[in-house]
Every structure is written in C-alpha cells, then in structure tokens.
Ligand binder design. Structure first.
Ligand code: HEM
Length: 222
C-alpha cells in the first residue's frame, strides 16, 4: 500500500521545473506580455482602432493592466496548486507588465483626455471619483515597480514583503475603479468576472493568514 501511494509523489517531484527551466521560459513570457501592445499597433495600421481610437486605447490598456495584475496575484496560488515553486520566477515580470500597461493607460488619459494640463488632471481627479480611485491604485503600484529589484529587496529586508502585500489593496482599488466606470453604463458583466477573480485571490491569501494568527493567539493564551 505504502509503495503504491509513494510512486505518484515521486513522479510529481520529477515533473517539477527547476528555477533554470522556469527562467528559460521567460523570453516567451516577455513576448506574450507584449501581445496587447503589438495588437494595438496592428489594429492602428489596419484602421481597426474603432471610430474613437483614444477611447479604445484608454479602455483597452485599463483592461490589460487589470488582467496582468490578476495574473501576477495568481502566481502564488498556482505554484502551490501545481506544485511548481519555480513559477515564482515569473512573478516580477508579470507585475512589471501590469505596471507597464497601467502607465500606458494613465499616459493615454493624461495625453488624450487632459492634454497634458496639470490643472485639468487635478480637476478630473477631484471631480470624478473613479479617477481618484485609479490614482489611489497607481501611486502604490509605482512604488512596488520601483522596489521590485533584488537591490531593494535586500535593502528593505522584511519590510519588502510587507510593502509588496500592497498588491492586494491595489487590485481591490482597481476593481472598484472599473466598477465605478461601468456603474455609469449599467454594464457590470466584466467587472463581476474580475471582481470574482480578485476576491478569490484575496481570500486565498487572507484565510490561511487569519487561521495562523488565530492559532498563534490560542497558543499564546494557553
Ligand atoms: C491615474 C490613475 C488612473 C486614471 C486617471 C484612469 C483613467 C481611466 C479612464 C479615463 C477610463 C475610461 C473611462 C470611460 O471610458 O468611461 C478608465 C477605464 C478603465 N481603467 Fe483606469 N485609470 C487609472 C488607473 C487604473 C488602474 C490602476 C487600473 C487597473 C490596473 C485601471 C483599469 C481600468 C479599466 C479596467 C477601465 C475600464 C475599461 C472599460 O470600460 O472597458 N485604471 N480609466
């Protein structure tokens, strides 16, 4: 009985990717990450950016930024579920793509909607709550992108992990931003999909942490 149950475990262990193998897939991941930008260029060259290209690009970059953010958050659960610890090597690149598409999204808003006018940007932030929520997500996101290097990891020590846990509230703010936009149009279908994904990823992170804290408290009390 024992030998039979040990066999699949050994097979699973043999199928694990080494960090080097996961690293070798990174150029492919990089090319995949460029797909949305390549698609916009292709659509631009073929009159495919709809009748209102700025609006299309602002919306499309927002959706791709949120999708990349969800993928970044999914790395930890996936590496556990698939028993592939080496998947962690993809997380930084995915996170940087999320920031890249967010930066393009904000740039497109600043350029096409606000004409690079600081006064007009400020007025928009004050007048439209969804813009304010977007800014609240972007500011910490920039800090995470900036501190994503190995040098910052070493410099910040344990604080690095605490800082990078901000990715969860950032994702929640991003879904809120999306929800506020779609509330005006009464069109929530995609918001529910992203909301459910972010909620599941948040719960995956929060529930074991709460359990650990509770059992530590119970241990301390006894
Ligand atoms: C400075 C921060 C931000 C600004 C100024 C901003 C601005 C905008 C604007 C003007 C729109 C178009 C609204 C419309 O078409 O009615 C939009 C849509 C959107 N934004 Fe943002 N945004 C910001 C941050 C973010 C962030 C951090 C994310 C996610 C990572 C995000 C994701 C989206 C999504 C998913 C949409 C909706 C696209 C759609 O309706 O199909 N935005 N944003």
């Amino acid at each position: 009985m024992r030998a039979a149950s040990a066999a699949p475990r050994r097979q699973g262990a043999a199928a694990r990717w080494s960090p080097r193998q996961a690293g070798r897939a990174k150029p492919l991941l990089f090319l995949l990450g460029l797909f949305p930008a390549a698609r916009w260029i292709w659509l631009g060259l073929n009159d495919g950016l709809t009748a209102n290209p700025p609006e299309f690009l602002i919306r499309s970059s927002g959706v791709w930024a949120l999708a990349a953010l969800c993928l970044t958050l999914a790395v930890s659960p996936l590496r556990r579920l698939l028993d592939q610890p080496a998947l962690l090597r993809w997380r930084r690149m995915l996170g940087l793509f999320a920031f890249f598409y967010t930066a393009l999204h904000v740039w497109a808003w600043a350029y096409w909607e606000r004409g690079w006018s600081a006064a007009s940007m400020w007025a928009d932030i004050m007048q439209r709550p969804f813009v304010l929520i977007g800014v609240a997500a972007v500011v910490p996101m920039a800090a995470l992108a900036l501190t994503s290097t190995r040098g910052w990891m070493v410099r910040l020590g344990r604080g690095w992990q605490a800082l990078h846990r901000l990715v969860y509230p950032i994702a929640a703010l991003s879904v809120w931003h999306f929800w506020l936009i779609r509330a005006g149009k009464n069109n929530f279908a995609e918001v529910y999909v992203y909301g459910a994904i972010v909620a599941a990823l948040l719960l995956w992170r929060a529930v074991p942490a709460l359990r650990r804290r509770r059992s530590a408290q119970a241990g301390g009390g006894g």
